[in-house]
Write a protein that binds this ligand. Structure first.
Ligand SMILES: *Cc1c(COP(=O)(O)O)cnc(C)c1O
Length: 229
């Protein structure tokens, strides 16, 4: 199946479920992204700042770019002018820097708190308690140029579907709790980003509102850096 064909099929599937499709284009060349764009896809995700900035400059300006990878505070300034959503917020310090750069650009930047749900030490993210502590803090209350739209999580990389289902169930439960406790009246707190190519059907079953699909759309990724292709 072609990239365009994959987009058409996956959009049908996610539209039917009322779920947003984020196309993860990391490591993929401009031509592949344009093929998806021409098929109607407008929301793309990248995990590296430099690659994201390069692609932003070369591609149509009505693309909504989401950052889904770990973000260092000193790199926020490069994406602050144009980023649609930063899904990988994992500390108050990072959020403060995003707020500062958003203010400089006279913007409010949408963010998701990345929550640690996997049974793996390699993944980033806030623990449940840390996320609550962040949302309760006085420092957080002062940030006027960021808007928390919801939560993001990555399940354990395993074939064990029961475990993946439990991790996504816990994240959905936490999401609903946070909404009740902190965002009861805020319609903008509406995004639960969970599900990748290997597990998105499980994630949708457990309440995902946005799936992040890379290889299902673009084919498997080679390990080498996209610029060397
Ligand atoms: C790479 C990546 C994805 C997409 O992975 P696929 O398995 O190719 O769908 C989704 N989310 C994050 C955070 C990623 O880094």
């Amino acid at each position: 199946m072609s990239i365009a064909g994959n987009i058409t099929n996956l959009k049908n599937e996610t539209d039917r479920e009322g779920v947003i499709l984020l196309a993860v284009s990391k490591t993929k060349p401009i031509e592949d992204i344009l093929e998806a764009y021409t098929a109607g896809q407008r929301i793309f995700g990248e995990n590296q700042v430099q690659e994201l900035v390069d692609k932003y400059e070369k591609l149509p300006k009505d693309i909504e770019w989401h950052l889904i990878g770990h973000l260092q505070s000193n790199k926020v300034k490069y994406i602050a002018p144009f980023i649609s959503m930063i899904q990988s917020v994992d500390s108050l310090k990072l959020l403060q820097e995003i707020n500062k750069q958003a203010l400089k650009n006279d913007r409010v930047i949408d963010c998701l708190l990345q929550i640690y749900i996997a049974d793996e030490e390699t993944k980033f993210g806030l623990g449940f308690d840390e996320a609550i502590e962040l949302l309760r803090s006085d420092e957080f209350a002062q940030l006027k140029n960021i808007r928390i739209r919801g939560l993001m999580g990555i399940a354990t990389n395993t074939d064990n579907e029961k475990q993946i289902g439990e991790e996504y169930y816990e994240l959905d439960t936490f999401f609903k709790g946070i909404k009740l406790s902190f965002y009861r009246k805020d319609k903008a707190f509406d995004t639960l980003s969970m599900g990748m190519s290997s597990d998105y059907k499980i994630a949708i079953e457990k309440g995902s509102t946005m799936v992040r699909l890379g290889s299902t759309i673009f084919g498997s990724r080679v390990v080498k850096h996209w610029k060397l292709n």
